[in-house]
Write a protein that binds this ligand. Structure first.
Ligand code: ZN
Length: 255
């Protein structure tokens, strides 16, 4: 999973370690990961210092001292790792080595995106993204208003990055479970109090997951057929449009 909690954990981990360091070597193990020819990519990055590490939605951004950015977007199951070598048994698609001898490796089961972009193109790319789940301006009232403007099913809307940026399918299932609402609940049917509960559940689930992404106890996602930890009912998985949803039909309600 490479959602808000994982990417934010990377941001918190990498910020103090990378800021102020210059890139000394670039190795590309998978050409599809980058957005320009390898030689160009490497020569542009060589010697550049990282000024700042930012996360937006599910993407991580290194701000460089030449005004450009390096954007990382990880596929499901993708990873970043800072150390002397890639994690055991993993193959890095990209490796940025820093002047202190550490290397930032990125990999995953599918192509990682590691793109060198201008600040302007990043801004253009991010223009359509909704606010961060923890944006101070995304108050409970603001969230209820945004959600009320939508007509779709709850889970499909939660993962729409235009509503809020950073939530993927697995955490959307968990947020619906925490709020005791069915993922397929039509938004126009939801009471305002339910929408407020969804907001609080979103913050609670993401906060808990961000504290320890690897140890987050998924309660419904990936647990089809198991007993619901809240009511003992049987957790079900069903299709929702082209995606899947996992939920407890006994304690999650329509509205
Ligand atoms: Zn239940």
């Amino acid at each position: 999973m490479s959602d808000w909690p994982e990417i934010d954990a990377y941001r918190r981990q990498l910020s103090p370690l990378l800021c102020g360091l210059a890139i000394r070597e670039v190795e590309v193990g998978r050409e599809q990961a980058i957005n320009e020819p390898i030689d160009e990519f490497a020569s542009h990055l060589n010697g550049r210092k990282v000024l700042f590490v930012e996360r937006r939605g599910r993407q991580l951004l290194l701000h460089l001292d030449d005004g450009n950015r390096v954007l990382f977007a990880l596929p499901p199951g993708g990873w970043l790792h800072l150390g002397p070598s890639a994690p055991e048994g993993e193959r890095a698609q990209i490796a940025l080595s820093f002047e202190d001898g550490e290397t930032l490796f990125a990999g995953g089961p599918r192509a990682v995106a590691c793109h060198r972009l201008s600040a302007k193109s990043v801004n253009e790319m991010w223009r359509g993204l909704g606010p961060d789940p923890f944006d101070a301006r995304l108050t409970e009232e603001a969230f209820v208003k945004r959600l009320s403007a939508r007509r779709g099913k709850l889970k499909a809307t939660l993962v729409d990055q235009k509503l809020v940026s950073g939530i993927g399918g697995a955490y959307a299932d968990e947020i619906c479970f925490e709020a005791e609402v069915l993922p397929a609940a039509p938004i126009p049917e939801l009471a305002d109090e339910t929408k407020r509960r969804i907001y609080r559940s979103m913050r609670k689930v993401l906060e808990e997951a961000a504290a320890d992404p690897a140890g987050f106890p998924f309660r419904v996602h990936g647990r089809e057929g198991e007993a619901c930890p809240r009511c003992g009912g049987t957790i079900r998985q069903e299709a929702l449009s082209s995606k899947k949803m996992t939920f407890c039909p006994s304690c999650q309600k329509e509205a």
